[in-house]
Write a protein that binds this ligand. Structure first.
Ligand code: DAH
Length: 340
């Protein structure tokens, strides 16, 4: 009996070695492992005729041979797959009809942010990021807005932690001071990002929206530099003639401060809910960086000056695509988003 088992093993291994293709492999596999007529099945049947004292030893041998033949077959199969024709090798059937996946695309705000980043990169600006969960210090204090300042009332937010004075940033301006502290002067950077306000929503107000902060600091920076950069930016984005106006504004962190408005592209200046019936939309408040803010950033205001702006990115997207309700942008409605 033991001799028979060894014979089967030698014969099987020899045959397996000679296999040339998957049909032959299948045949040999059946020859040994077929449940009814396979050589190994026969062997196990014969096992019951073996005397009881020998049975465990012979049984163990039979099992060992079975495993050896199995693994020889496995090895052969993988070598057939690696060496076989492309058809045997490839497990992907390119002709198979599969359901098409729907590919997503970038949100319109992301698309415009990326366009803006390209424009600013071409003018030598860095693209920076800052925390959305911001400290009271960077969001207000270091921007010349102390606790008692009435300007805080215009930017109510969600206070997260009273002890550590953490809040959801109301604007991207805190990154101005962070950037100054990190990079010093001269400095050119823009900061696209998400900001938050605690306010009632309507066609032109949202609790979550996007801004793009800009900052340029160098020797002898003046309003002329500011206007030149703004012109470049507006023509790059709108690619059509837009009417703009510059008027005095107020923000504690710039002096003098301006509001750059564009004529409402949704109503053409006639008045609508988006422009609050005024015909103009505040797009880009800006100004020359206040000396105190430069100091907070560790920059000497006697040596350097700079300009800053806070472009309303969400508003810009609304103007560019003539979207008449800001809430659509955060609403996640695919009927809306699929149009971009
Ligand atoms: N951070 C201001 C806001 O969200 C906008 C702003 C105004 C940014 C003037 C600036 C600036 O950089 O110079 O209301």
């Amino acid at each position: 009996m033991e001799l028979d088992i060894k014979k089967i093993k030698d014969q099987a291994l020899k045959e397996i070695e000679g296999i040339k293709n998957s049909e032959e492999w299948e045949q040999i596999k059946n020859k040994y492992f077929s449940r009814k007529s396979g050589e190994l099945a026969k062997l196990l049947k014969d096992l019951k005729d073996v005397s009881e004292d020998l049975r465990p030893k012979v049984g163990a041998l039979a099992n060992q041979v079975k495993t050896e033949i199995e693994s020889a077959l496995d090895i052969k199969l993988s070598s057939l797959k690696n060496n076989g024709s492309a058809l045997e090798r490839d497990f992907i059937d390119v002709t198979l009809n599969v359901e098409k996946y729907k590919l997503g695309h970038l949100h319109p705000v992301t698309q415009i942010a990326m366009e803006l980043e390209d424009i600013f990169k071409s003018m030598g600006f860095m693209i920076l990021d800052g925390p959305e969960l911001e400290s009271d210090y960077y969001n207000f204090e270091a921007l010349n807005i102390p606790t008692w300042h009435p300007a805080r009332d215009t930017q109510d937010t969600f206070y997260i932690d009273a002890k550590d004075k953490l809040l959801l940033r109301t604007h991207t301006s805190p990154v101005q001071v962070r950037a100054m502290q990190k990079y010093g002067a001269p400095l050119r950077c823009v900061v696209p990002g998400r900001v938050f306000r605690n306010e009632a929503t309507d066609a032109s107000h949202e609790h979550t929206f996007y801004q793009l902060e800009g900052l340029m600091i160098d020797k002898d920076i003046s309003i002329t530099n500011l206007i030149a950069v703004m012109k470049e930016l507006l023509s790059g984005i709108f690619k059509e003639e837009v009417n703009v106006r510059l008027r005095p504004g107020y923000f504690p962190f710039v002096e003098p401060a301006f509001e750059l408005d564009i004529q409402c592209l949704i109503c053409g200046g006639k008045g609508c809910p988006v422009c609050k019936q005024s015909g103009w939309v505040e797009l880009m408040p800006c100004g020359l960086v206040h000396p105190s803010v430069l100091k907070y950033g560790g920059i000497d205001p006697k040596k350097y000056s700079g300009f800053a702006f806070g472009l309303g990115l969400t508003r810009l997207v609304m103007m560019k695509y003539k979207i008449d309700d800001i809430r659509l942008l955060q609403g996640g409605d695919l009927r809306f988003l699929n149009q971009f």
